[in-house]
Design a protein. Structure first.
Length: 474
């Protein structure tokens, strides 16, 4: 079937696709699909990027095929590829976003329709000052956060169109608040935005009930174009606030206004929140930011060092020099308190280098950071790691020292061994003695196996390992 003929077929099928998947789903994921040239008897649909390609293939392709085969009256060989035209258009929009400092053109339907909001902290200029330094272009990307970063950019460029609601979660210091502020900073200047944490939302809601201004509260929040809420898990004991937030989210999402929420845990692990609220979170895109690994920490340190240098004059920047590779290793392995402490350590080195007017060597860096390295939060103990891992796998701790070779037990034991090696300074032999007198080689193999599967992003390994790490960091 020729592409022009199938384009007509797809056009006529759009109404049926909306009925099949629902209006909201169609508008969010399928409305911009195109038809690409392909061989006779083969149909190739086009989308703007690889994320959309994989998302639609995994969730909607069978339904699309069913609808289009009904239109064509025969079986179709159907697949999805990236449309170069849509890809270039999206890239141009992203470049325009960054080159213009966050102001991008949006359709008239997306522009603010309500009177300007003059509430405290609502002015666009105030939001920009709050988000200074948290722009999306300053967010360091890597494997651990690529999905969340891409989704945040899409939410800023086209609020309410693609990922709504957008739920970003991860442990402390992984960049959730940075992304939230980045979305606020990058959103089009005419849009009405509100970026707050859940505690402030609760306080505002409670005050509106006490002073009888609940209608004003609802008009305020339900007229927003962008609602950004940080640390949603803090609403766990506030049932009435959860109900109000659910109604507010429903109103905004149905009006194609953007909602972005962050949390320290995924929606399914927020047992204290109502099933309806968790279900609303799961109806959109859930993007996890995993803890920074070695490569990611190196990128963050280098990026922050360059940014600190760019804020000063050329002479100052040259005097402090480049960051020595040995100092980089000292920072990565010596600071254990997360990314926030890592950035603080980089700032401290930067200040000392400027005061001295020359680059620091590793011995000087070690003296400068002595309080941070010596006083950094100690990592979890071996006993705590074993207990948390045992709780996660629903096993007695003693199973880690048993001779059982059952696959679930053996796998849980390997994960626990890997985490002990990662978070403590124990040698392979010491770890082996605490896991049923296993020898050095067995422990080394277990650590190597889990590390290799993590590097390969094996979901069967990544899921439990990162879940246990999150619990250890809580």
């Amino acid at each position: 079937m020729r592409s022009d003929l199938f384009t007509d077929c797809l056009t006529s099928a759009r109404g049926e696709l909306q009925t099949h998947f629902g209006q909201e789903c169609f508008e969010r994921w399928l409305a911009d699909i195109t038809v690409l040239p392909s061989d006779e008897g083969h149909v190739r649909l086009g989308v703007a990027n690889r994320f959309l390609q994989e998302w639609i293939e995994s969730r909607y392709l069978d339904g699309i095929k069913e609808v289009l085969e009904g239109q064509a009256g025969r079986e179709l060989d159907l697949d999805i590829a990236i449309d170069p035209v849509l890809f270039r258009k999206q890239r141009e929009e992203q470049k325009r976003l960054f080159s213009s400092g966050g102001a991008v053109e949006v359709s008239p339907a997306r522009r603010i329709r309500a009177p300007a909001w003059g509430g405290r902290g609502s002015a666009r200029e105030t939001g920009a000052r709050r988000g200074e330094g948290c722009e999306l272009e300053n967010f360091v990307q890597g494997e651990s956060n690529r999905l969340a970063c891409r989704a945040a950019l899409e939410a800023a460029c086209s609020p309410g169109v693609f990922y709504n609601p957008l739920f970003i979660w991860g442990g402390s210091g992984v960049g959730k608040t940075h992304l939230l502020r980045g979305i606020e900073s990058a959103a089009e200047a005419g849009l009405k935005t509100r970026c707050i944490n859940s505690e402030r939302f609760f306080n505002h809601f409670a005050a509106s009930i006490q002073d009888g201004s609940i209608d004003k509260f609802r008009r305020l929040y339900r007229s927003l174009d962008l609602l950004l809420i940080d640390d949603i898990q803090d609403l766990s004991t506030k049932k009435k606030t959860q109900i109000e937030l659910l109604y507010t989210m429903d109103h905004l999402v149905n009006a194609r206004r953007q909602v972005v929420v962050t949390s320290s845990r995924g929606p399914r692990d927020l047992d204290e929140l109502s099933p309806s609220l968790r279900g609303r979170f799961l109806s959109g895109l859930v993007a996890r930011i995993k803890p920074a690994d070695y490569k990611m920490k190196c990128k963050i340190i280098r990026h922050h060092w360059i940014r600190l240098g760019s804020r000063r004059g050329g002479g100052d920047r040259e005097a402090r020099g480049e960051l020595d590779s040995k100092i980089l290793e000292l920072l990565v392995h010596g600071i254990h308190g997360g990314v926030h402490e890592l950035l603080g350590a980089v700032l401290q080195l930067d200040v000392h280098a400027r005061v001295l007017g020359r680059p620091l060597d590793v011995a000087e860096a070690r003296r400068v950071l002595a309080d941070r390295i010596g006083g950094s939060r100690a990592g979890p103990s071996m006993d705590k790691i074993k207990q948390v891992a045992a709780d996660y796998f629903n096993l007695p701790v003693m199973e880690f020292s048993s001779s059982s070779r059952l696959r679930p037990v053996a796998f849980a034991r390997q994960v626990a061994i890997y985490l002990v090696r990662r978070f403590t300074r124990m040698s392979f032999s010491e770890i082996g003695r605490n896991f049923g007198n296993r020898n050095h080689t067995t422990v080394r193999c277990a650590v190597g196996k889990i590390a290799g599967l993590l590097e390969a992003n094996d979901p069967m390994v990544c899921t439990p390992v990162y879940a246990i790490i999150d619990r250890l960091e809580d």
